[in-house]
Design a protein around this ligand. Structure first.
Ligand SMILES: O=C(O)CCC(=O)C(=O)O
Ligand SMILES: [Fe+2]
Length: 209
């Protein structure tokens, strides 16, 4: 991840093309979540069996990310960062006094309870923006599989509604690119994502090797 980040930063000298600036400018203006214009866009293509391993975006970025999805829909999973569990266990192991240990354990359990894993269905032409805890306390990733279940997704209702509307008889021509069952997506085409962020400090020549 670190090397990947450095190579992204190395390419910052390339001007963002006008068609892309129009998109990122709108994200910046309408979301009001970025401190300045978006100056870093990563474009990825995912084949139906490709995903991205759970990770946290690096410290080089301002902690807000906007992901524009095109093509096949996928499920993005958010899992609590392992450091949360580790730090709770460290506290448990270091407290000798039984009463304090029990109190801390209750607190720790409450803390971990507020960090349930969750997932989001990324629909074609959708924009997912995440920040705060989702950015700093969770890892995000996409499984490397063609069939992805979205039963527990936070936007399951919207997804089902979308599928119902688009599948209403006679089956719409528009949705033939993907086979589906009630609670899963079958990825049969590729997905393109535009991951848009702000690199707050750009030091020229910082990463020359
Ligand atoms: O392509 C995506 O949907 C996610 C990409 C991502 O998480 C990243 O570039 O850090
Ligand atoms: Fe990421």
């Amino acid at each position: 991840m670190e090397t990947e980040e450095k190579s992204h930063l190395n390419n910052l000298s390339h001007a963002v093309p006008p068609w892309l600036t129009r998109i990122t400018q709108r994200m910046y203006e309408e979301s009001r979540l970025f401190p300045s214009a978006i100056n870093h866009v990563l474009i990825n293509e995912y084949l139906p069996n490709q995903g991205i391993m759970p990770h946290q975006d690096g410290p080089a970025y301002f902690p807000v990310v906007a992901i524009l999805s095109l093509g096949s829909r996928v499920v993005m999973d958010f899992t609590p960062h392992p450091s949360l569990t580790n730090s709770v266990n460290t506290v448990r192991n270091n407290v000798e006094d039984t009463i304090s240990a029990r109190a801390l354990e209750n607190e720790s359990e409450k803390l971990l309870d507020s960090y349930d894993p969750f997932s989001v269905v990324l629909m074609p032409c959708s924009l997912l923006i995440f920040k705060d805890k989702a950015y700093s306390d969770y890892l995000h990733g996409i499984k490397d599989c063609e069939v992805q279940h979205f039963t527990g997704a936070v936007n399951v209702a919207e997804t089902l509604k979308f599928l119902r509307v688009n599948q209403s008889p006679p089956p719409s021509e528009k949705v033939t690119e993907e086979k589906r069952t009630a609670d899963s997506v079958h990825r049969t085409t590729s997905r393109i994502s535009l991951t848009c962020r702000v690199v707050s400090k750009v030091h020229k020549n910082l990463f020359k090797f």
